[in-house]
Design a protein around this ligand. Structure first.
Ligand SMILES: NC(=O)c1ccc[n+]([C@@H]2O[C@H](COP(=O)([O-])OP(=O)(O)OC[C@H]3O[C@@H](n4cnc5c(N)ncnc54)[C@H](OP(=O)(O)O)[C@@H]3O)[C@@H](O)[C@H]2O)c1
Length: 248
C-alpha cells in the first residue's frame, strides 16, 4: 500500500496509460479521480475502477471545466496529494501537413491542458504533493515527421523544471515520464484502420532495442514511483520508459 491515505487525480484516466495508472493507484491504497471527455465509456470505466473512484467529465483545454472538476475534488477528497497530467495527443505529420487545427489540437491538449490542470488544482494541492507530466520519448532525440508533438512534449519537460522551482516553498514536486511506444488505444485512433494500426505496431516493435512495444502498466509503475514518498528527493526530472528506444 504505497499510496495509503493519498488522493490522486489522473486526467485522461478513462483509457490506456491513465486507466492502467488509476487501477494501480487504487490497488496501492489511493482514492482516485479520473477525467475524460467521452462519457459513453464511463460505465465501463466504473466497472474497472470500482464504486469508490470518481469519474469526471471535462476537457483539459477548458479552465472552466477544470475548475468545476476541482470543486468536486475539494468536496469529495478535501485536497490532492498526486496529479498525473496524462491527457495528451500525439500525431505524426510532416511540416507541410501542419495546419491551424492540428497545431491547436497538439499544443492545446498537451500544453494548455497541463497548464490549466495545474492552475485549477493548485488550491487543492497539499504540501509535499507530486505533480507528474506525461511527455514522450520523441522529444529525447530528433525523429521523422513528429516535430510538433515533440515540441509540445519538450515544453512540458521545461515546465516540470520551472514549476518545481516556483513551488519549492510548498514542497510540490513536478516530474515527467517520457513513455516510448506504448500499446494503447491511442494508436488505433491515429490510424485509418485496425489493419494499419497493427502494421504500425509491428514495424515499431522492430525499431525498439528490446524488440516490443511497452504496456500501459510499464508507465503506471513509473507513475507509482514518482507519486509515492519513495521519490521525495526526485524533483524537476524526466524518467524515460521506452525500452531503450531513445537511449541505445
Ligand atoms: N501510447 C503511446 O505510445 C504514448 C507514447 C508517448 C506518450 N504518450 C502519452 O501518454 C498519454 C496517454 O496516452 P494513451 O496512449 O494512454 O492514449 P489514449 O488511450 O488515447 O488515452 C487518452 C486519454 O486522454 C483523454 N483525453 C484526450 N484528450 C483529452 C482532453 N482534451 N481532455 C481530457 N481528456 C482527454 C482520453 O479520453 P477522451 O478522449 O474521452 O477525452 C483518454 O482517457 C498522452 O499524453 C500521450 O501523448 C503515449
Amino acid at each position: 500500500m504505497r499510496l495509503k491515505n493519498k488522493t490522486a487525480l489522473i486526467t485522461g484516466g478513462t483509457s490506456g496509460i491513465g486507466l492502467a495508472t488509476a487501477k494501480l493507484f487504487i490497488a496501492e491504497g489511493a482514492k482516485v479521480a479520473v477525467t475524460g471527455r467521452d462519457d459513453a465509456v464511463f460505465e465501463r470505466v466504473r466497472a474497472e475502477l470500482g464504486e469508490d473512484a470518481l469519474i469526471l467529465k471535462g476537457d483539459v483545454r477548458s479552465l472552466e471545466e477544470m475548475n468545476a472538476i476541482a470543486a468536486v475534488i475539494k468536496e469529495k477528497f478535501g485536497g490532492l496529494d498526486i496529479v498525473f497530467a496524462n491527457a495528451g495527443l500525439a500525431a505524426r505529420s510532416p511540416i507541410s501537413d501542419i495546419n491551424d487545427k492540428l497545431f491547436a489540437d497538439i499544443m492545446d491538449i498537451n500544453v494548455k491542458g497541463t497548464v490549466f490542470t495545474l492552475q485549477s488544482m493548485l488550491p487543492q494541492l497539499r504540501k509535499g504533493a507530486s505533480f507528474i507530466m506525461n511527455t514522450s520519448f520523441v522529444a529525447q532525440t530528433g525523429q521523422h515527421n513528429i516535430s510538433l508533438t515533440a515540441a509540445a512534449k519538450a515544453a512540458l519537460r521545461s515546465l516540470a523544471r520551472s514549476w518545481s522551482y516556483e513551488f519549492l516553498d510548498r514542497q510540490i514536486r513536478f516530474n515527467a515520464i517520457a513513455p516510448g511506444g506504448i500499446d494503447t488505444p491511442l494508436h488505433n485512433k491515429l490510424h485509418q484502420s485496425s489493419e494499419e494500426a497493427r502494421h504500425f505496431k509491428n514495424e515499431f516493435a522492430k525499431f525498439v532495442p528490446v524488440g516490443y512495444m511497452g504496456k500501459a502498466e510499464d508507465i503506471a509503475y513509473a507513475a507509482l514511483y514518482l507519486a509515492s514518498d519513495e521519490s521525495s528527493y526526485v524533483v524537476g526530472t524526466e524518467l524515460v520508459v521506452d525500452g531503450g528506444a531513445s537511449q541505445l
